[in-house]
Structure formats: structure tokens, C-alpha cells
Design a binder for this molecule. Structure first.
Ligand SMILES: [Zn+2]
Length: 359
């Protein structure tokens, strides 16, 4: 398996994606981001459309919703553009490959956007009352300690453990990661309005999918579940036509957080809720293809340290590189076996999606 489709920086990943898109003959568009990366490099979401302009059946593949997860997501996108699926698209079928929808997070090796927002909690309707997460408010100060010395961290962990002993493991998980809309300096923050990344994604959908009739969406993620396994997580309403479609296309490996069958749990403001609204004219099925890496406590540590760096430390200072690279290695293990599993499974899921679109 050719692991050269992966990259070690955003800029390198972007170069590989654009080269593969050009070689495939795709229609390429750049959606420039207003800020720069750590090396002063330009940032953008780049899109590649492959297939007839008016195709009504479309496979959409998204990377870097959680910026740093773009290291893993970019590789299968490049492999898809280079591989046989791109050369043998059926009639009336196209691919829309969206590279780095959160380019700032990708380049700076962060999970969040430049607004400190979790893009996968940002797709709420901001004209309505925002979801409440009272558990998060109780734990915010402990999730986000102001210093990383041993005494401060020990106290924070003891407070979280005591809260968990009172409320249970599931309640702590809900408090931490379901999404919160009250602490702009916190973790898993859903935002106060649509982020640049969400607005840009909406622009891309409006431009390319207004005439689509059937759409399969695969949003590439990492960090939850067994090491190397790709779980197609479906958050459409249980029992809905969209879930049934996802099961027809991707089979029994599809999991549903709302039924308790997933390594994920119920969450607010997910990307697929936005896609359901934007693509209400089409028959869609959306899965987050989630590749497991390491155990959740390790993820909590790297996210805590990243958060400290941006809220209390110096993202340009001497401590920054080690924290950034620890985050990247957590969400993109630098090991050939893990990366091979990602490429195999992603290709399988893309192929199933195209077969589903043709059925
Ligand atoms: Zn993710």
C-alpha cells in the first residue's frame, strides 16, 4: 500500500491533493482562508469535482472537519483521486472531494477552528435557543487548567474524578464532549455563530449540490474507537429513511450513537445536521468514518495541553512544537500498520458508497 499519499504538514498535504486532483482531470476550486499557517503559508479549503457537471448522484468526501484529523483524512482523498474508482465513475455520477474544510486547524495541528470552535458542534441553528450542557459548566475550570504543573493537574484530575464518582462515567463523557455553547475559551465549544469553515462548506454545497438527487457523504475523522478500525457513525434520526439508506449502502458496520451502538455518543450541532438542512432536496446518507487511535485519557491530555497553549501559553514559543506534534501523533499515529488500515477501509467505504449511489 502506497503510504506516500500521507503528509507531515498541511502544506505538503495540500500539494499532494492538488497534484492528484489535477492528474485526475478534476475541476479544482480554492476557497481561501483569511489567516496564515505557522510557516506563513496560505490556507484554503480546496475542492475537486470529478465527473459530469450536472451529475445527480454524488459522493462527497470531507477531510479536516477537526483540523488535525486532516493528516489521516487527506491520504485517502489523494488515494481516491489516484485510484480506479476515480477513473471508472458510472454515468450521471460525480465525486466532490473537499480537502481541509478547517484549514487553520489542520495547519496549526489543532482540532478546533481559528475561533476555538469545534466545527462538528457548530451546525446548530443559532436563531434558536442553544443547547444546554450544565455538566460542562461545572467542570470547565478543571478541563481547562491555567497551568500544566503537576500540582495544578493533580488537583484538576481529582476534581473531575470526584464529579465522575457522583454522576457516573457516561455523564462525564456527555459533559466533556457533547458540545457546549457557554464557554468560548473552553473545549468542545460550539461557537456563537457559523464559523468560517461552516460558511465555506455551505457555499461549496450551494455551488455543487443544488441539482444533486442522491448524495453519499463520508466525513473522515480519527480518535474514537479501536486502533485502526474505521467505524461508519450515523447520526440521522433512528429509523429514518436516511439511516435505512446508510445501512443499505454500508451494511451492518454502521453504528448509531442515538441507539448506544457506537464508540461515539449523542452530540449537539453535528455537521450532518447541517447537511440534512442544506440537502433537503436530495436523498442523502451521511457517515462520519471514525478511525480509532489511542485510549480516550490520552486524547484528553493532548487536547488539554493544546488548549493551554492557545489560552495561556505562546503558540509561537518554544513549548509549542512538542504540544502540536503530540496532538498530531495522537490523531494520526505515525505507524505504517495504522495508516494502511485507514487506506484499506476508506477505499472500501468509498466503493460501497458508489455502489449504493448506482443501485
Ligand atoms: Zn473528529
Amino acid at each position: 500500500m502506497d503510504l506516500s499519499v500521507f503528509a507531515r504538514t498541511y502544506e505538503e498535504a495540500r500539494g499532494k491533493f492538488l497534484a492528484a486532483a489535477r492528474a485526475a482531470g478534476a475541476e479544482i476550486e480554492h476557497w481561501p482562508h483569511p489567516l496564515k499557517g505557522p510557516a506563513g503559508e496560505a490556507l484554503a479549503c480546496d475542492t475537486a469535482w470529478l465527473g459530469p457537471a450536472g451529475a445527480t448522484r454524488v459522493l462527497v468526501v470531507i477531510s479536516a472537519t477537526h483540523g488535525v484529523e486532516g493528516f489521516a483524512g487527506s491520504g485517502p482523498q489523494v488515494a481516491l483521486l489516484q485510484g480506479p474508482l476515480a477513473r471508472t465513475l458510472p454515468a450521471d455520477t460525480a465525486m466532490l472531494v473537499m480537502h481541509a474544510v478547517n484549514p487553520h486547524g489542520f495547519a496549526w495541528q489543532r482540532r478546533v477552528t481559528e475561533e476555538n470552535v469545534d466545527l462538528n458542534r457548530n451546525w446548530v441553528d443559532f436563531t434558536l435557543p442553544l443547547p444546554a450542557n450544565p455538566g460542562y459548566a461545572e467542570l470547565h475550570a478543571h478541563y481547562c487548567p491555567p497551568a500544566l504543573d503537576a500540582a495544578t493537574l493533580d488537583a484538576a484530575e481529582a476534581a473531575i474524578d470526584a464529579w465522575t464518582a457522583r454522576h457516573g462515567l457516561h455523564a462525564e463523557r456527555v459533559a466533556r464532549s457533547t458540545g457546549q455553547y457557554t464557554h468560548a475559551d473552553g473545549i468542545f465549544f460550539g461557537g456563537t455563530g457559523p464559523t468560517w469553515a461552516r460558511r465555506t462548506s455551505e457555499g461549496i454545497l450551494g455551488k455543487y449540490l443544488a441539482h444533486a438527487r442522491t448524495v453519499a457523504i463520508v466525513d473522515l475523522h480519527t480518535g474514537l474507537g479501536p486502533y485502526g478500525y474505521g467505524e461508519p457513525i450515523c447520526n440521522h434520526a433512528p429509523g429514518s429513511a436516511r439511516v435505512q439508506r446508510a445501512r443499505r449502502w454500508w451494511g451492518d458496520s454502521v453504528t448509531e450513537p442515538l441507539l448506544g451502538t457506537s464508540s461515539s455518543q449523542e452530540k449537539f450541532g453535528l455537521t450532518e445536521f447541517g447537511y440534512e438542512r442544506a440537502l433537503a432536496h436530495a436523498d442523502i446518507a451521511f457517515v462520519a468514518l471514525e478511525f480509532g487511535t489511542y485510549a480516550p485519557p490520552r486524547g484528553g491530555i493532548v487536547l488539554r495541553d493544546d488548549h493551554w497553549l492557545w489560552q495561556h501559553g505562546d503558540p509561537h514559543g518554544p513549548a509549542a512544537a512538542a504540544i502540536r506534534d503530540a496532538l498530531r501523533d495522537h490523531f494520526f499515529p505515525p505507524h505504517a500498520d495504522w495508516q494502511e488500515m485507514v487506506l484499506f477501509r476508506a477505499d472500501q467505504v468509498f466503493r460501497q458508497a458508489l455502489q449504493g449511489l448506482a443501485s
